[in-house]
Design a protein around this ligand. Structure first.
Ligand code: NAD
Ligand code: TYD
Length: 338
């Protein structure tokens, strides 16, 4: 039995990753360390709890003693770091937790992994570290880092720390950089689940600026499959980009969502633009294709309708995550009218 430590596994991508990995590999056991911030939800893995190959530990990746003790007392062959503060708009409201978790947390994990000789570390990063594209071109692994938001700056800083540990200490890390994910269990602060759940409740869909910004959408299961290949077969010191081949303007995406839900376009509400709003993301994933044999498999049409169906059949989950702190965030971000 191989045992790995996953951080941030109660969030969107981490929870999907744990489900898919435990299903795909019967010889794998996973310890999940998660602080349970507003984005971490035990319900995302409730059915895994108590299983012989899954263990949850509530904890902070900045907690050196905790991480060290987990790595010392268990035979951990890899650490996969999903834990992060992840929402650009929250990073504009307050960047402090982003610096703490995304940078100091990553440094703490790197130090603890070095100390205990962990054989593989994977840093889950984002294409947003590359900054913004014009109307043509794609990000490759060689594109210079030019982050524009406090979120992407903190992720880029973490990537540079990982790189420095590889260069300085021969540390066995790989970095993955992926475009915008969508799928089940995504917290409804991000565009797709926010707009699906608002439209389901006939609430306005707040489109920033002109709605002409472009994102490349990838189904979370394709991203997780890329991470699964990269932690097993990636080359230490290397970066791998993953993308979905599905570029859409925010307005095109909103149109599709409204049509699929049978809701009127009058729900669209244009609101002031996000400061420093990146114009376009697009990914060249030819390196992952060549070196890992990875290509995205879920078409945007199939992935979106499956995702909509998931939210439509999980109204209890939506009600739970949209209560409490969410209401305060929503009002701070969008004002009382939206
Ligand atoms: P999420 O916000 O849904 O989940 C983050 C998880 O990390 C939560 O469970 C939270 O409780 C946990 N966490 C936060 N701070 C922690 C800390 N100090 N210690 C331990 N746990 C902590 O995020 P997500 O969308 O699942 O993203 C996961 C990773 O993937 C992040 O590193 C993110 O930068 C990266 N990523 C996300 C996307 C995307 O589209 N969502 C795209 C590319 C890369
Ligand atoms: P988001 O899901 O926050 O991901 P990211 O900013 O990390 O790409 O936003 C995706 C796109 O949708 C981005 O161009 C901003 C836009 N957007 C809106 O127009 N309205 C919203 O309420 C949100 C959350 C995002």
């Amino acid at each position: 039995m191989q045992r790995i430590l996953v951080t941030g596994g109660c969030g969107f991508i981490g929870a999907n990753f744990i489900r898919l990995e435990l299903q795909a590999d019967p010889e794998l056991a996973i310890i999940n360390v998660d602080k349970l911030t507003y984005a971490g939800n035990l319900a995302n893995l409730a059915d895994m709890q108590g299983g012989p190959r899954y263990q949850f530990v509530r904890g902070d990746i900045c907690d050196r003693e905790l991480i060290s003790s987990l790595l010392q007392s268990r035979d951990i062959s890899a650490v996969i770091n999903f834990a992060a503060e992840t929402h650009v708009d929250r990073s504009i409201q307050d960047s402090s937790p982003f610096v703490q978790t995304n940078i100091v947390g990553t440094q703490t994990l790197l130090d603890c992994c070095r100390k205990h000789g962990v054989a593989r570390y994977l840093q889950v990063s984002t294409d947003e570290v590359y900054g913004s594209l014009g109307d043509s071109g794609k990000f490759t692994e060689e594109t210079p880092l030019a982050p524009n938001s406090p979120y992407s700056a903190s992720k880029a800083a973490a990537d540079l720390l990982v790189r420095s540990y590889c260069q300085t200490f021969g540390f066995p890390a790989v970095i993955t950089r992926c475009s915008n994910n969508y799928g089940p269990f995504q917290f409804p602060e991000k565009l797709i689940p926010l707009f699906i759940t608002n439209a389901m409740q006939d609430q306005p869909l707040p489109v920033y600026g002109t709605g002409l910004n472009i994102r490349d959408w990838i189904h979370v299961s394709d991203h997780c499959r890329g991470i699964a290949l990269a932690w097993r077969n990636g080359r230490s010191g290397d970066v791998y980009n993953f993308g979905g081949n599905s570029e859409l303007t925010n307005l095109e995406l909103t149109d599709r969502l409204l049509s699929a839900l049978g809701k009127p376009h009058s729900l669209i509400k244009f609101v002031p633009d996000r400061p420093g709003h990146d114009h376009r993301y697009a990914i060249d994933y030819s390196k992952a294709q060549r070196d890992l044999g990875w290509v995205p498999q879920v078409t945007f049409e199939a992935g979106l309708s499956e995702t909509i169906a998931w939210y439509q059949s999980h109204s209890d989950w939506i009600a739970q995550v949209k209560s409490g702190e969410y209401q305060k965030f929503y009002e701070r971000q969008y004002g009382p009218q939206t």
